[in-house]
Ligand binder design. Structure first.
Ligand SMILES: *Cc1c(COP(=O)(O)O)cnc(C)c1O
Length: 371
């Protein structure tokens, strides 16, 4: 049975990946040197496609790291001497905050309940804060911060650096990078690629901050400091032997997405999200976890399903449809549905049909469904 993965990472593979993978083998991508001209071409093609797809300004740097989690650490190591500020409303924003604490920064957090957004105007950010950290799409709860709110915070605090985690919203999230300093995402979510690669977009101001810290005899870490990454990126290289295959595949998929058109990808994402939220709103047994419509994520939809999460996941699984469990304390009571570009509208409709039968007829009905 072919399976379809609505899991919020790793997730359904982008349809063209199989072909690109075969071509990569044919082209000996696994064996080429990461200092060769061939690799320089791959590096520059992938950077170029990402820059075009996501509208990254030319004076911003693009670095390749190994994961979203690594990206949190790098941002803090390179841009924060001591004081970071974090908006926390779920497990990933909490991890960002915790990472700062582990690095012995003086991190402060504004925390709200899971499933909620923030009233940014009411938050006073201390004067000594060097960087403000946002998790734009909180994958554990399905809350997405409005990008305009993030820009407004930047406007209120123009001297502070802004870091934005878009791990589970890129490429859907339409970020104006000129208004932020560090943006990062890993590729096993919205890009529909195997895990093991992350992309970090860095502003000239963030680079200058890293440089100042370095000159002040402050440790930025070693091979993946922004300064090392920049030095190598200028030669279309990475400091270490990177995940060459992943960089190659990302370049190909970013190019394919450009051919589809980023506007179409975003519109399709919204149309599919609407189908899912409409279903949840009109169903008595299941309901959307996030009540404030204005902060509902378009890419990770979280449903309260009245304590039958495990059963529903199992039954959907029998139909080859894989959805995510609730996160942490909501494992039993919720399911999480990824709405990434790799999943078609037809597949989303099929999921909804199965969920409908699940809610209506209970588990017996679902088990009798033909696959
Ligand atoms: C998945 C995720 C991460 C962690 O990314 P990894 O690549 O698994 O390290 C960080 N932030 C958010 C919002 C995520 O969804």
């Amino acid at each position: 049975m072919t399976k379809i993965f609505f899991t919020p990472g790793p997730s359904q593979i982008f349809p063209s990946v199989a072909t690109h993978l075969k071509n990569a083998l044919k082209k000996n991508i696994f064996s080429i040197s990461h200092r060769s001209k061939k690799f320089h071409e791959i590096f520059s093609q992938t950077s170029y496609s990402l820059r075009k797809l996501l509208n990254v300004p030319n004076n911003y740097s693009i670095f390749f790291l190994s994961s979203g989690t690594e990206s949190m650490e790098r941002v803090l190591e390179n841009c924060v001497r001591k004081y970071s500020f974090h908006f926390v409303n779920g497990a990933f924003s909490e991890r960002f905050f915790k990472t700062a604490c582990q690095l012995k920064k003086k991190a402060i957090k504004k925390e709200v309940d899971w499933g909620e957004g923030f009233d940014f105007k009411s938050v006073a950010i201390p004067r000594n804060t060097e960087m403000i950290c946002f998790t734009q799409n909180e994958t554990s709860t399905g809350v997405a911060l409005r990008v305009e709110d993030i820009y407004q915070v930047k406007k209120t605090y123009p001297q502070k650096l802004i870091a934005v985690d878009t791990v589970s919203s890129s490429p859907y999230a339409n970020i104006d990078y000129s208004k932020i300093d560090c943006g990062f995402f890993s590729v096993q979510k919205g890009f529909g690629l195997p895990a093991g690669l992350a992309v970090m977009v860095v502003s000239p101001r963030a680079l200058a901050k890293a440089s100042r810290l370095d000159k002040g005899n402050f440790s930025l870490g070693s091979y993946h400091s922004f300064l090392e990454l920049q030095k190598y990126a200028e030669k279309n290289e990475t400091p270490e032997t990177p995940n060459v295959l992943a960089i190659y595949l990302l370049g190909k998929v970013a190019h394919d997405m450009m051919k589809v058109g980023i506007d179409k990808i975003r519109k399709d994402t919204e149309a599919k999200a609407k189908l899912l939220y409409d279903f949840l709103a009109n169903n008595k047994k299941f309901k959307p976890f996030v009540t404030d419509v204005s902060v509902r994520s378009q890419t990770v939809i979280v449903a309260d399903i009245a304590g039958v999460s495990e059963k529903v996941i199992k039954l959907l699984g029998k139909q080859g449809v894989i959805v995510g469990a609730g996160y942490g304390k909501y494992k039993e009571s919720q399911i999480r549905i990824a709405n990434f570009p790799s999943i078609s509208k037809r597949e989303t409709k099929r999921l909804i049909k199965l969920l409908k039968r699940c809610a209506r007829g209970g588990s017996r009905t679902l088990m009798r469904l033909p696959s």
